[in-house]
Design a protein around this ligand. Structure first.
Ligand SMILES: C[S@@+](CC[C@H](N)C(=O)[O-])C[C@H]1O[C@@H](n2cnc3c(N)ncnc32)[C@H](O)[C@@H]1O
Length: 222
């Protein structure tokens, strides 16, 4: 398929157009798995409003959130970390096709990525697939289990808690609060607001709620 460099900066870009740039399997998975264009644009704008410079997408899939946000916020560098190498390759191809210089994708366990070099993190339901029924799972190329969901979630909670002092600054308190209050208030009172949540549940907010339910001994249903 031919791409016009700059296609991601087109203000008329919508989900159908973006998703149409991906292989069929990924296009069909979009509604359940990938951030909608409008949400990604807003996420990029909010981080820009906050003065963020480097934002980590925890589980970046084929890159939709990072790519759209990077086009919307050119002063920010977005780093997508994704466990499935095939999705990383697709994301890298899309970035190249759009000639975007402020985005990169890596294949790794995102929960083991240090937040030291970042001043923002975006989570769009990265761990929920572990709890999906077989039919809803994207594929079987990675371990998916409730045990893993709990492990990843706790690891991420720890990273965010450790990052908190570094992320607190006089400029963080008010700017992004409007769009990220749900995450902020659930994560912990007056936490930094760099964890943007998407239009659909759960991002970090729901994950944290869910973990407390696990700790109380009841499994969530999807
Ligand atoms: C719901 S998708 C969101 C994709 C992207 N952030 C977006 O919003 O368009 C979650 C992605 O996280 C990935 N993922 C889940 N756990 C991960 C982990 N521990 N390390 C890296 N990637 C992970 C999954 O493979 C999946 O591609």
């Amino acid at each position: 398929m031919r791409f016009t460099p700059g296609w991601l900066r087109d203000p008329l870009l919508d989900d159908a157009t973006f998703d149409g740039r991906m292989p069929d399997l990924l296009r069909l998975a979009s509604r359940l798995f990938w951030t909608p264009v409008a949400v990604a644009r807003r996420m990029g704008s909010l981080f820009a409003l906050h003065g963020a410079q480097r934002v980590l997408d925890v589980g970046s899939g084929p890159g939709k959130a990072c790519l759209v946000a990077a086009a919307a916020a050119p002063a920010i560098r977005f780093v997508g970390v994704e466990q499935r190498s095939g999705l990383v390759a697709i994301a890298q191809g899309l970035a190249a096709s759009a000639a975007l210089g402020n985005v990169e994708f890596r294949c790794a366990d995102a929960t083991r990525t240090s937040l030291d070099s970042f001043d923002g993190a975006y989570l769009f339901n990265p761990f929920a697939e572990n709890l999906f029924s077989e039919a809803k799972r994207f594929d079987h190329s990675v371990e998916l289990s409730e045990r893993r969901a709990i492990g990843d979630l706790l690891q991420m909670e720890g990273s965010l808690a450790r990052a908190r002092p570094a992320w607190l600054s006089p400029t963080t308190a008010s700017g992004a609060a409007s769009a990220t209050t749900t995450t902020q208030s659930t994560l912990r009172p007056r936490a930094p607001t760099f964890c943007a949540s998407g239009a659909r549940p759960i991002a970090l907010q729901g994950a944290v709620d869910t973990s407390s339910r696990w700790r109380n001994g009841s499994s969530p249903r999807w």
